[in-house]
Design a protein around this ligand. Sequence first.
Ligand SMILES: CSC[C@@H](O)[C@@H](O)C(=O)COP(=O)(O)O
Ligand SMILES: [Zn+2]
Length: 270
Amino acid sequence: MSTAPAAPGDDSRTDPGGSGASSDSGSSDGGRDGTSRGDGGGFGPGAALAGEAARFARLGWMRATSGNLSVVVGRDPLRILVTASGLDKGALTAADAVEVDDAGAPTHVGGAPTDAGGSPTDAGGTPTDAGGTRATGGAPRRPSAEAVLHARLIGLTGAGAVVHLHTVASVLAADRFPTGLVLRDHEMLKALGRAADGDLVRLPVVANSQDMAVLAGRVAAAWEPLTPAVLVARHGMYVWGADLLAARHRAEAVEWLCEWAVRTAERTIG
Ligand SMILES: CSC[C@@H](O)[C@@H](O)C(=O)COP(=O)(O)O
Ligand SMILES: [Zn+2]
């Protein structure tokens, strides 16, 4: 007898081994598997995404439904839980997340299995017309429009979590430093895993695109192995880490550095 696929927000299905628990800054809020208790209530990756999103939203970094977060829940094959699209990121619940594969395609659509392209199928693999990924008893949910980019970054970097935030300072910095934000001699660089003295760090900047394949290609071409962030012009930042807590701390550092750079440029250049 085959096992029924778990609902996308079903946190009981968490794969602790694949959740990115090997944080470089500890596990999230005490959760042994790095998935933590989130503000959305409960434990597991869905609750962790909701909790992180609520935290970022309180900072004003996920306004107007912007931004999206993801966490790895399995490695073989790669399975990623990503926030659902179009929702208020300050008010997510544990069920407001969708599991996707290494290409960013939903693995469960309408609670049913999918084919290799993410299209819904019946138990025998015949395509069906189910409309969207559905948490148990809930409304249909689609993965973030930027799930493809999350999957690409996780595949490239081996990260356990990715955060995408629409912060004002990251957009201002990308405007001001369109060829990349070069930084050195900052204590805050240590939060990015870099040295505080003499280490030249460049945050890459890429042009925005509404075509996720194009944007993912730009980010894939621009990212640098020692620098866990990319700025997207007129859009925001992508930051990654071993788990959600590491990604959060790095995002906070990127925001701090962007704000410093922009304010300093205003003061010294005008
Ligand atoms: C204010 S809409 C922003 C979106 O277009 C997108 O950039 C974004 O960050 C959120 O998309 P989502 O599909 O909700 O994950
Ligand atoms: Zn965005």
